[in-house]
Design a protein around this ligand. Sequence first.
Ligand SMILES: [Mn+2]
Length: 330
Amino acid sequence: MNLCKIIMTVSKSSPYLGLILTKHLHIGVVGAAFEKGQSKKGTSLGPKVIRDSSVLKNLKDLGHQIEDFGDLTKSNAQIDKVTHSKVKNWHEVASYNKSVSDKVFQICQSNRKVLTLGGDHSIGAGTVHGHLTAYPDSCVIWVDAHADINTVKSTPSGNMHGMPLSFVLKELQDEPSSPEWNWVKNRLSAKNLAFIGLRDVDPEERKIINELGICSLSMEEVDLMGIKEAVQFALNMIDPLHRRPLHVSFDVDALDPVEAPSTGTTVRGGLRLREGMTLLETVNTTGRLSALDIVEVNPAIGNSEQVGQTVEAARRLVLAAFGNSRQGNS
Ligand SMILES: [Mn+2]
């Protein structure tokens, strides 16, 4: 493996650490309070419980300027009368994603970084599209236990939180898109996408990933390489010249259920919270993180201790992405 070294400032007292970037950023926050991409109630309360963790205050304390745009609670969707033959909540997911995309684009246009709090991961189609519309050369790191790349044809469950990437990937649009999705104009190339943390991938999804040559670092690779090297490998694959805006779409189910139990589709054998934080700290040191999604926190799953633990994990991930140093901030 050819790994490109990232140039980092090294302090004498901590020779293994790069310089965490805590330059003052303008960050726009939006809650994607949506849960119709899957069947469990509660995921739409994710933005509320994450906000309640004081994460936005913590970001301000790091020196960032935060503009909270509130939750996108409504879409202009006509409610699904005619359901798609195979896929659940087809119209509503499509329409909500358009609102998400428009909002993310608007935040980018105001020269802010975007922090999107989910919501289930179906909203990733909208965040990727909105960010890509503002920055056509942007790349995506999809941190997840699942690949979320099922198509209308391949989906085994009909749950659209397992499909968002299929709506925004250039290479998967071999048929004319349905009218509900024809607002999707800007699409991601497979070469600009990397997965980290996979461990529950459907056979059809694996086929798509292989055929499109998508950089895919499952938990096996993370175990073999170590998380830091895995992230640097992914960055080097999708952005070899180190100059593209980066979007990290982080599903908390990428974390092991021991770390984030309150989420709808847990899979054992996942990232430790420490690894999730190192992943985001490593992206932070590039200085090019432009959008972050934290999705699939579901406060209706588990007892209050488990919910608290999951929300605290989400809070720590956000802070790691935006320059909080575990050594302490001066
Ligand atoms: Mn996901």
